[in-house]
Each structure stands twice: as C-alpha cells, then as structure tokens.
Write a protein that binds this ligand. Structure first.
Ligand code: PLP
Length: 404
C-alpha cells in the first residue's frame, strides 16, 4: 500500500470518525481502538488479580523507546511525566538559577502553562522574563534571538502555538541556543504525533508533551525529552526510586542503595515512582501505529489536508488567519480575527454563528482566543474537509449580511 492508502485505511481504527466530523485534536485527539484494547487488557488484569508488574515495566520501556524513536532521541533521554506543565517545571526547577539571569519567550502566544512557571521563577528567584510580541500571529524568531544576551539561560517556545496554531521556526532558535550554551525548552504538545519532530535536526534541548492530543492517548500522561548533555548538568528537585541508579535491571523498585546514591542517566533522573500504566498502555499502542504509518507520511498527509481545507475556506471568502497556506501553517486552521474574544468564546457574531451551525451538524472544533480552531490528524480525510466546506458554504448563503 502507498503511504496515503495505508493512512486512509487506518481511519477504520477510529470509531470516533463515524457519525462525527472531528477537527479538534488541538483540544484532544480521537483514541484508536488498539489503545482502548491495551487499556482494557490492563484493567482486566487489575480486576482479576492477574497483573504482572514485570510486564508493566517492560511496557514502560517499550513506550519510552517508541517515543524516543518517534522524535529521534535516545531512550535514556525520555522521562515519563503527567502533562506538559510537569515536564516544563521539572526542567525549570532543576536549573541552577541566579538572580539577574533571564529567559526569553513570547508570552502572548504561549499556553498559560508555559507562562506561569516563568512568572513564578521571577517572583521566587528574581529571574527576568523577557517577552517579545507576536508578529502576524506567530512567534517572531528574529526578535526572540535579538532578546538573547549574556544573562540568558533559557529560551522557550511552542513548536506550534495553541492559538492561533501557527508553526514556530524552531531550528534557528535552537542553533543559537546551542552555540551560546542556552537551554532551549520546547512545548511540543500541539505538534508531536502530527508533525514529524526530529529533536536533533531542530536543535531542541528539552521538550515536554502530554499524550491526549497529537499522540492520541489519554490525559494525565506525558513525555519529557531532555538531551543527555543538559540532563546530566541538571539536578532534579523531586527525586524518587526510579530516578536513582542502583546499577542495572536486577535492582527491585523497593531496593535502597547507600547514602552516596547516583542519579539515573540523562532524563531518566526525572522519573519518580510508579507510572500512569494505563496512560502508558494507551500511548504505547498509538505511538506504535505512528511508526507503522511513518511520521513523515503522517505529516505530509495531514498538512496536505489542512492546506486544502484552508484554501477551500479562503475560496468561500472566510477570514483564514495568516491567509494563503504556507510554511507557517501546519495542521491547525484558524478562522476569524485574532484577539476578538475570550479563551473559548468569540465576540465576532459571524464566527459564533458559524461555530454553532457546524456544531449542530456534528462537526467538532474549538474556539480559542476568539478564533475558530479546526485541527486535523491522520484520521481525517478529504470527505471531512469537503463536508465542513459544504456546511460553511450553506451557512454563508444564509448569512451574507453578517459576513460583509
Ligand atoms: C501548547 C499547550 N501547552 C500546554 C497545554 C496544557 O498543559 P498541561 O498538559 O500541563 O495541562 C496545552 C493544552 O492543553 C497546550 O495547547
């Protein structure tokens, strides 16, 4: 089968695509049947007393390895966390900050979970938060670079923003950080699993994701990547058994070494105690599916669909943020005017009316910061795109006055 036909066939593994046009992975993805089966099998074991802890540890290592391969990292460079913010905070807290150090970011385009940790760092330790303004709805790489000085210790950015959802030009930021020994910390949750992410090629030092969006897993489970060089210069603030190196797999989870404990290699030092095994089971299965289909094929297919969708919307005269699709646009298509609304409502009556019309017709999407956010993954197909364009055309026919 060609890349495209195997991806199209994979839609059959997503019962959620039946009877619903789902364009809401930016909030949470549809879970594939195989993840559901993996979770069910674990629950069966828990219910019947058949749980095998050694098998669960094998699952953890398979998931770690599968995720590492997905982002071109080494297995030891992955820690298992709860969500994006836990991973970001683990890195931030482990760094030896001094008063007068600074961090550079674009606060207006980061999710609050990548803003509050920095405000708190400022309050606690006097670290300066240097923020640049968005340009045309995107994080301006050149201005981020201009803000870097001799006191910059970290730069942080989302690979794709949660709203309006544009891609960030990550690699050049990472290149400068690498040259100047600055830690480049990425919130990857809106891209990983959808856009092919190679942490080496993108010069990313650390990246946190949760699994319920592009990775098609569950809430309460995430992965933290940290490059070996950096991880081994960091001292985790929280420490528990799985972050301590007792020398090989023979040591039991309840073994206690001597006072002079060693931290686990690379990012494993950020692991704490027992894992979210159910969340890991779901993610391990969906990540396996991504390997079967190929991460680059997934990106090409999904971005292709998203760009078709954006062009279709433009042809209908809809205000697609950023205009014609280009390198700024990944798999999220924002429609509306930036800044016209609250977190999940819009002040624009036309957009509000279109949203309601689509929702009444079983289209799932979200509103973020006043904009309609259509977000696609590989379970979407051209029928979904055509259906939403048709519904929009009909709506437009009845609402010419609101749109002009
Ligand atoms: C870019 C981005 N970062 C972070 C989060 C959420 O962070 P957490 O996983 O800590 O809840 C979201 C959305 O849920 C997001 O879109």
């Amino acid at each position: 089968m060609s890349d495209t036909s195997s991806i199209e066939a994979a839609r059959a593994e997503f019962p959620g695509t039946e009877g619903l046009t789902y364009m809401n992975v930016s909030a949470r993805g549809l879970t594939p049947q195989r993840s559901r089966d993996a979770v069910d099998a674990m629950m069966d074991n828990m219910q019947s007393g058949a749980t095998d802890k050694a098998a669960m540890f094998d699952l953890i290592e398979n998931a770690r390895e599968g995720y590492a391969k997905l982002i071109n990292a080494k297995t030891d460079e992955i820690s298992l966390v709860k969500n994006v913010s836990e991973g970001l905070n683990a890195i931030i807290a482990a760094y030896p900050w001094k008063r007068g150090d600074n961090v550079v970011l674009c606060q207006d385009l980061e999710h609050p979970n990548n803003v509050y940790p920095w405000r708190h760092l400022n309050r606690r330790l006097g670290v300066e938060v240097r923020s640049v303004s968005p340009r045309d709805g995107a994080i301006p790489t050149d201005e981020i670079l201009e803000q870097i000085d001799e006191n910059t210790r970290m730069v942080t950015a989302s690979s794709v923003t949660f709203a309006p959802g544009f891609r960030t030009d990550i690699a050049p930021i990472g290149a400068v950080c690498r040259e100047r020994d600055i830690l480049f910390l990425v919130d990857g949750v809106q891209s990983v699993g959808i856009l092919n992410t190679d942490v080496e090629a993108l010069n990313i030092d650390a990246m946190s994701v949760s699994t319920q969006k592009g990775l098609l897993g569950l809430y309460g489970m995430g992965f933290l990547y940290c490059r070996t060089d950096w991880a081994e210069r960091l001292t985790p603030v929280y420490l528990a058994r799985f972050g301590v190196d007792l020398g090989g797999s023979g040591a039991h989870e309840a073994s206690l070494g001597d006072d002079d404990y060693a931290l686990m290699p690379a990012a494993r030092r950020f692991d704490l105690g027992n894992y979210n095994y159910v969340g890991v089971a779901a993610a391990e299965a969906s990540i396996g599916m991504m390997h079967e289909l190929g991460p680059q094929a997934i990106e090409d297919y999904t971005v292709g669909l998203a760009h078709d969708f954006a062009r279709g919307m433009i042809e209908l005269g809809m205000p697609v943020c950023g205009g014609e699709p280009g390198p700024h646009l990944g798999s999220i298509i924002p429609v509306g005017s930036i800044g016209e609304g609250q977190h999940d409502t819009t002040d624009d009556p036309a957009m509000s009316s279109l949203h309601d019309h689509l929702a009444e017709n079983d289209v799932q999407l979200s509103i973020r910061r006043g904009i309609l956010r259509f977000s696609l993954h590989f379970y979407n197909n051209s029928d979904d795109v055509e259906r939403v364009l048709d519904l929009t055309r009909t709506w437009r026919g009845h609402n010419r006055a609101v749109m002009s």
